[in-house]
Design a binder for this molecule. Sequence first.
Ligand SMILES: Cc1ncc(COP(=O)(O)O)c(C=O)c1O
Length: 432
Amino acid sequence: MLTEKDKKYVWHPYTQEKTAPAPIPIVSGKGSFLFSESGEKYLDAISSWWVNIHGHSHPYISKKISEQSKKLEQVIFAGFTHPKAIELAERLIKILPSNHEKIFYSDDGSTSVEVALKMSFQYWANLHSNSTGSAKKKKVKVLALEGAYHGDTFGAMSVSERGIFTRPFVPFLFKVIHVPFPVKNGKEAIRFFKLQINKFKEQISSFIFEPLVQGAAGMRMYDKEVLNEMIYLCKKNNILTIADEVMTGFGRTGKMFATDYLSEKPDVICLSKGITGGFLPLGVTSCTGKVYEAFYSNEKSKTFFHGHSYTANPLACAAACASLDLFEKKETWKKIGMIEKMHKAFADEIKSLPGVSKTRTLGTIFALELKTENETAYFNPMRNVIYNYFISQKIILRPLGNIIYILPPFSISENELKKIYSVIKKFLSMRF
Ligand SMILES: Cc1ncc(COP(=O)(O)O)c(C=O)c1O
């Protein structure tokens, strides 16, 4: 049995190894399903931590990775380049906001955020440094939204919500100005935002946000008008804006990127998760020409000194190009439209059922907040009850506390979606 050896040798993420049930050993995947060692079939309603896009083991992406592995598996990306990294950068620049000109590669969502933060700090340091390299002005503060989750590395943790995940590391995190999460018309958030900008604008280097949907906070959604105003205020006050599209990118919100909904475009965008169709880890930080220019210099000290061993790994870039090929097919967007329509109808259908506090949808993302006497939070005791129930029904739904969400791969069929909805309804009728 795989689980015995797993227990002996492996340490799993976000898992209390002493009390958590043994992990389910998965040996294969196809479309929206994962298959266990004992032959059970699980419907993956959360795209395996939000990474899978076109279905598991998609034959086209698999073929493209295999072809690439026979040509070039890896090459150092400083002093060298390769066709797939160039192709991917060119294709991304064509679909990202028109003011974006450069692609910087890294490894995953957290590192794409680290890159964005370092880029924005050094942007100001480069602009303000004199010929001896010492910075005159100190733009060291960052604005971030309350409830944010940007990853688990130190910079990413610093700009995320402080809570149980970050508690042991608080002494090592840099200080951030947390802006209230915009509810309804976002008046309070904007008022606070303006206040902070007026007070600290000389010191604020950037504003980082998950555009329109905060994933880990429970698929919390907010209006594009509020975000447009926040970005506009930043632009007026010399503050760089960073959109963390690690979760929202690649069709999740119904458009290719959540920033496609915005009229004000950010200076920097972070991408990862779905970028390779969920096959391989890859991080991307894109930026405008204005940002890039601040590093383009005869002075060595203005170089962006950042890189990872696997930067722009050719296999990951080949997977990402293959995934983009699939996005060029009408079929993919028809599927996204179908998921969006069905989610909306389901949200309408259940919104007044007993036990349902709130429902929300955007594109292929659906979330349902259950009524609870406890706090709406990750450690809400309902979490394990919900998780175990859905696993017993062979559906992978990993609730965020008392919030059940669906974030399916686009391979999902109408019947598979209906199956998820019916199990949710059964759960509601049993519990409330
Ligand atoms: C918005 C956002 N940013 C960054 C990350 C971190 O990505 P990774 O887990 O690939 O480091 C996540 C992960 O869930 C995320 O949702």
